[in-house]
Design a protein around this ligand. Sequence first.
Ligand code: DCP
Ligand code: MG
Length: 428
Amino acid sequence: MNGAAPSLTGFCRDCLCEQRPGLSRCAACGSPRLLRHPERDLLAIAHIDCDAFYASIEKRDNPELADKPLIIGGGKRGVVSTACYIARIQGVRSAMPMFKALEACPHAVVIKPNMEKYVRVGRQIRAMMQELTPLVQPLSIDEAFLDMNGTEALHRAPPAQVLARFAARIEREIGITVSVGLSYCKFLAKVASDLQKPRGFSIIGRAEALDFLRERPVTTIWGVGKAFAATLEADGIRTIGTLQEMEENDLLRRYGSMGQRLYRLARGIDERPVAPESIAKSVSAETTFHDDLSRPEALTAHLRALSEKVAERLRHGGQAGQTVVLKLKTADFKLRTRNRRLENPTRLADRIFRTGMDLLDREADGTRFRLIGIGVSDLADPTLADPPDLVDVGATRRATAEEAMNRLRDKFGRGSIETGYTFGRDRR
Ligand code: DCP
Ligand code: MG
């Protein structure tokens, strides 16, 4: 990757000056942050991810916190949303219970999340990304893919330089830092952005892709979580290098469509296009039951829990959706999807749930189901979502109650509040 290869020309990530080969510091400003790579000007798929996003914003807004370990998360009972890099050195991680985090880092300053603020900053950054290329695909509140192909004439510079300029602009104008990954495909761009965090800029070229991937664990591959990694490990597959030596048919036979994906990604083959926001389809959640279910009450409880998950994802992604989609799979694997377009976009669990219930009503006729899912499509600007309902006063009241619960969840963690529909579900 970069950093090495001093024999190449490069440029300085701080002052953007071109650099002769052989120098280890910028000839103009003395910065050691030189970017050199043989494929530097041939690559155009980028992944940008903000560093310790919530924590960086809070540090920006309170300079006294700059040198202190900082944790963003719920009170003592909650979990860690994120921690700054100073707290991470001491072992604090996202999703860690707060008491554990404070054991690891007793002097940390803890701040409750302010989602509205983070969503606002996320949108500002997204708007700035869209000045670089129309092909921006957000993955979450603080990260996105950018397809920079064909933008060189517009910017009068190749993508690598435009991206370095962008990272500097975010620092200057927003006051937080980002890390950039640049490659020829989404998979490796995303892997690259993580390599030198924080304030990183990594390049993975075509020529080095196979070697780069060989020693990495299979969990580097998108979609390989803990459970699937355990299955692979039991089959003797721990590194991507092992996958690189296997036949496509073998992987296909063992793992179905996932096997094909493993085959291709292990070889650095990823042709998925960067799909901009308007095409980014939906936000959803689903669950497959241990035993098939037909009772409406049982299905309803799942629907409520899933609606809350969808609402939380919308909230964290700064999104809303206008069409509610119910998905059911019958015991004999027949898929049923039912849609309803709402008058306004929503990001509230209550609206998603009630619409889903209406749709479910017609399907819960004694049929046995193995899976239920709920989601929203037609994603929209969250500022347009859930206007006060002049006709259904009850809906407005429930919406207000939900906003209040969300604030409490941000404060005390997700498990702190349950509604009547989901209460005790996990313990049954
Ligand atoms: N987040 C959260 N709970 C998690 C993970 C993340 O609430 N389990 C929130 C807080 C993060 C934000 O989402 O600031 C972005 O997630 P990232 O995974 O990108 O984490 P960070 O940006 O905090 O850190 P990094 O520098 O590793 O990207
Ligand atoms: Mg991040």
